[in-house]
Design a protein around this ligand. Structure first.
Ligand SMILES: Nc1ncnc2c1ncn2[C@@H]1O[C@H](COP(=O)(O)OP(=O)(O)OP(=O)(O)O)[C@@H](O)[C@H]1O
Ligand SMILES: [Mg+2]
Length: 229
């Protein structure tokens, strides 16, 4: 498995019938295996951009091409299940399920047999350092541990593109450093493409590149970066 390139060309998005502009003609390119940090002030469109690339929402204009495929031509649910892993600021784990069961959820939609799901969830939780907590409820885990489970869940279907929206935003600086190291290691091993939203400089400075959004556009300095790929 390896990463995918992501190419956005003139992507715009408004909300509420055009009254609220979120993104204005954003163009950027991520190369396969890139680890890119996306920064920018609150309201600049970072989450909107991630949601569009993850096909959780559709742009008003422009094109998004992932691994050579124009997203508007794909079945969104199928694309997400086959290609994308998401990690959010608040882990969104299901408290009544164990860590291992949470990791298995995305596999169920893909028809993975129970025994394989169990084996893979165990391997993924071992990989993120939680071998001892397979049967624990997320409510008994620390914030950093929960985020590790959320990362293992995001990797359940071996995504070629990992989208992370402030995954360390709710963690203290030591823990967020550990989560970042984990994400970097997982990228190195899988060569997946990673786009990570963060406003924490200690996080973004370890990315291969930093893109900045401001008022719905990629800033000129960042655009030069993007164009140089
Ligand atoms: N579903 C929605 N309906 C209406 N407006 C929205 C919606 N989603 C986002 N917006 C607006 O679009 C703009 C960009 O929002 P977005 O959430 O992408 O910003 P952000 O950069 O992720 O901010 P933050 O750092 O606070 O998470 C904001 O003005 C926001 O209010
Ligand atoms: Mg956001």
């Amino acid at each position: 498995m390896s990463g995918v390139d992501v190419v956005l060309d003139g992507v715009s998005k408004t909300f509420e019938g055009g009254r609220i502009g979120a993104l204005s003609a954003v163009s950027l390119r991520l190369a396969a295996g890139d680890f890119v940090a996306l920064t920018g002030p609150s309201g600049s469109g970072k989450s909107t951009l991630l949601n569009l690339i993850g096909a959780l929402d559709r742009p008003d204009a422009g094109s998004i091409v992932v691994g050579g495929e124009e997203l508007s031509r794909l079945d969104a649910a199928e694309y997400r299940a086959a290609t994308v892993g998401f990690v959010f600021q608040f882990h969104n784990l299901i408290p009544t399920l164990s860590a291992a069961e949470n990791v298995q959820i995305p596999m169920i939609g893909r028809g993975v047999a129970r025994r394989d799901r169990e084996r893979r969830s165990r391997a993924l939780l071992e990989e993120v350092g939680l071998a001892e907590r397979l049967d624990s409820s997320p409510t008994t885990l620390s914030g950093g541990e929960r985020q590790r489970v959320a990362i293992a869940r995001a990797l359940a279907n071996e995504p070629r593109l990992l989208l992370a929206d402030e995954p360390t935003g709710a963690l203290d600086s030591d823990t967020s450093g550990e989560i970042l190291q984990l994400l970097l290691r997982l990228r190195d091993q899988r060569r997946m493409t990673v786009l990570l939203v963060t406003n924490d400089q200690s996080v973004s400075q370890q990315a291969d590149r930093v893109l900045r959004l401001r008022d719905g556009s990629v800033e000129p300095a960042a655009q030069t970066d993007a164009d140089s790929v």
